[in-house]
Design a protein around this ligand. Sequence first.
Ligand code: NAP
Length: 252
Amino acid sequence: MRVLILGGTADANRLVAEIARDSRLDAVLSYAGRTESPTPPPIAWRVGGFGGVDGLVDYLRAEKIARVVDATHPFAAQMSANAITACALVNVPLLVLERAPWQRTSGDRWIEVDNIVAAAEALGVARRRVFLGIGRQYLDVFAAHPQHHYLVRLVDPPRAPLPLREADVIVARGPFDLAGDRAMLMEHRIDTVVARNAGGDAAYAKIEAARDLGLPVVMVRRPFIPAREKVEGVADVLRWLGHDLAPTDRGV
Ligand code: NAP
């Protein structure tokens, strides 16, 4: 059975690590190509957009894909919507691997907003020192709010000057930890964190660090994506594919 895994996340990487151990599964991992040097996965992989719904339909047919696992980031709404439509058109079952969103807990000072534009506006008119851990494609939105100082964390070094008037850049790839993110926020005298509700562990340290330091977090809610069959764990995906975790992972 040929399986297409839409990836670009730590969850997708965990899934392909398991699939690689099971010779009965013939799977290909798809990256959008946003990062310059994606971690080479232990299974077959491809890079780049499919060309919208039509392109994905053609790909599913040409590659004789029998199942699709959407393990993209919860904010990759376009890819996820395309997968729903394309899979319905060619009658290929689709499963989503998606971590639950973070929940506000005691001590959190969240200002929840619906999108990045609203997040930038929520910073207000008075100057702030803002940590942006949101990916480089959204920085233009903050360029319209030049009164703030920004600390931007990116996976790849920027190839061109950032569109921000005043910004420091940190190049780092997660997962991050509480001690490191706490120290970073203190060192740069950050007073506000902007985050998207990604869920999972890899990027949660900044939320914990903000809580620890009593800082507000402007939290962008997840985008709307039509209902799909969804699981949170790699083992659930393997079961859906008709396989199980290898004995060592079940503690046997
Ligand atoms: P998006 O807005 O939903 O996707 C835009 C277009 O990029 C899609 O229509 C598709 O192009 C292409 N694309 C996206 N994911 C792809 C994949 N896995 N394989 C092949 N093509 C893909 O997505 P995005 O927010 O730009 O995210 C792009 C990728 O980065 C995703 O794979 C996602 O898992 C990963 N990622 C995103 C975030 C985030 O915050 N959004 C964070 C971490 C990782 P075509 O229409 O041409 O097929």
